[in-house]
Design a protein around this ligand. Structure first.
Ligand SMILES: CC(C)(COP(=O)(O)OP(=O)(O)OC[C@H]1O[C@@H](n2cnc3c(N)ncnc32)[C@H](O)[C@@H]1OP(=O)(O)O)[C@@H](O)C(=O)NCCC(=O)NCCS
Length: 454
């Protein structure tokens, strides 16, 4: 019997502990992948006002315990609004940017300072009766963000409202190397010794870019961003994310637009992935980072293309990919007519109109299985996860139409499929109709992947 009561309660909840073991094992690849990586997390002021704030901070602390180098940038807009409102100070906004006069700056300093202390207090918790039991977390903050004034914009003097000029990445990296969590706020300092009120999203985006963060996570209230638009996938290329912001009928609030804009800006500046995750869904941060199927909206940097169902206009591009591979015996040859008939089953990644990769999902609904066929990546675009991204997409679509498994027939790439969760199988496992068409001369190996449920 473990003397720790929390431990025992958990095990008792699941008599055999199987579920716990399974979920720990399932998250292990992500623990390995994220350890030692730098994540910048943007925590909006709304999160601090939510009943989930403590749990959210505990989840952030858990990321730290799992070896992630963390920079947390916190916003304080609602807290600042409340402080200004209570003092009867009217605020003027220009393009959703607050104009900060001297009186406002005094109140902002108090509001931001108070929030920082609340955050530090939660991160200092280490009572055994909380999820922070045993945690010893050191946070650091300071004059790490250099700012300059916005000055006069649209004819309005913005006073103490500033813009990010640079971040002290040397100091931040040194703090991270010592295992500290770095806290940044919406306050920046100028070389002339002035204090500026910045947009926290801008600080976060600048931090993610300057530190070449491995991930930039932006928390937000409400439903996942992509769920607010019809037919929008959870994974977006930069262009697609920008298009959402530009839509006239956007259901995004100005604050959400600022967050999506920050995610896009970071990806355009070289951050590989930005994740927008709702803090209102319990555990969403952990699920986004430690499970295969995240719950948020991901904006992927420039090296990812749009993934979409092929259209008749893509026929030439798909053929151009497949034909040389078929000639070399790597893929089964398919005529233009056959591909045209099946075009709705093809999924492509495309960049500036060029089809960079393709595959097809041929469902056998009666047997709840689908064939992943015709996986091909343009030779100039290999080794950049395009095939893996296509596989992810196919798995999502297969699950949506009720399939439990995927199979693939391959002669030359068995290891790629094994490395992506497929297991060697036999002809008997194929759907009956496919078995009848099996080409014994080609002698392809059969691999099957069981799809986990979301
Ligand atoms: C196999 C293929 C689809 C992978 O595409 P990709 O976008 O480069 O794949 P990813 O970026 O997701 O993965 C790259 C990894 O797979 C490895 N890989 C590529 N081809 C492989 C193969 N035939 N066997 C095993 N591993 C392979 C790469 O070495 C790389 O691993 P590394 O990063 O450890 O070096 C691509 O190489 C291709 O189009 N090959 C020709 C067509 C083909 O064989 N299709 C599959 C038959 S159905």
């Amino acid at each position: 019997m473990n003397p720790d009561p929390m431990h025992n309660e958990e095990i008792a909840a699941d008599e055999t502990g199987t579920a716990l073991v399974a979920s720990l094992r399932a998250s292990a690849p992500y623990v390995h992948a994220h350890r030692g990586r730098t994540f910048v997390i943007y925590l909006p002021g709304e999160a601090a006002a939510s009943p989930r704030f403590a749990d959210l901070v505990y989840d952030i602390a858990l990321l730290h315990s799992l070896g992630v180098r963390l920079v947390v940038v916190f916003g304080a807009r609602p807290q600042i609004d409340t402080a200004l409102g209570a003092a009867g100070v009217e605020t003027c906004f220009v393009d959703d940017v607050r104009v900060t006069d001297a009186v406002s700056l005094g109140l902002i300093k108090h509001a931001v300072g108070a929030l920082q202390m609340d955050l530090e207090a939660l991160l200092s918790t280490s009572l055994a009766s909380t999820p922070m039991g045993g945690a010893r977390i050191a946070t650091v903050s300071g004059n790490l963000v250099t700012a300059r004034p916005v000055g006069i914009s649209r004819g309005v003097d913005h006073g103490h409202t500033g813009e990010v000029r640079r971040l002290d990445t040397t100091s931040i990296n040194a703090h991270l190397a010592r295992g500290h969590i770095v806290l940044l706020s919406c306050i920046g300092y100028s070389p002339s010794g002035e204090i500026f009120n910045l947009r926290a999203e801008e600080v976060a985006s600048a931090a993610a870019t300057a530190l070449s963060a491995d991930k930039f996570v932006l928390l937000h209230p409400g439903a996942a961003m992509h769920e607010r638009f019809a037919d929008t996938p959870p994974g977006l290329a930069v262009e697609a994310a920008r298009a959402l912001m530009d839509r006239g009928d956007t259901p995004l609030s100005p604050a959400d637009r600022a967050r999506l804009g920050a995610a896009v800006a970071a990806c355009q500046a070289g951050v590989e992935r930005s994740h927008l995750v709702s803090f209102e869904s319990d555990g969403a941060l952990l699920r986004e980072l430690y499970s295969r199927d995240g719950v948020g909206t991901m904006v992927a940097g420039d090296r990812y293309d749009d993934i979409r169902t092929a259209s008749p206009e893509d026929l030439g591009g798909v053929l151009a990919l497949i034909e040389p591979l078929a000639d070399a015996g790597l893929l089964v040859a398919r005529s233009r007519e056959v591909i045209e008939l099946d075009i709705d089953h093809y999924i492509v990644t495309a960049r500036d109109g060029l089809v960079t990769a393709c595959c097809a999902l041929m469902p056998y609904p009666d047997e709840a299985i689908g064939e992943l066929a015709c996986v091909a990546v343009h030779p100039s675009y290999r080794g950049q996860n395009r095939a893996a991204a296509l596989l992810d997409e196919v798995e999502g679509r297969a699950r949506e139409i009720g399939l439990d498994r995927l199979f693939v027939l391959t002669t030359k790439a068995p290891h790629w499929f094994i490395e992506h969760g497929f297991k060697a199988s036999s002809l008997d496992a194929l759907p009956v109709a496919k078995r009848a068409l099996y080409n014994y001369q080609r002698n392809s190996a059969v691999f099957i992947k069981t799809l986990t449920r979301r």
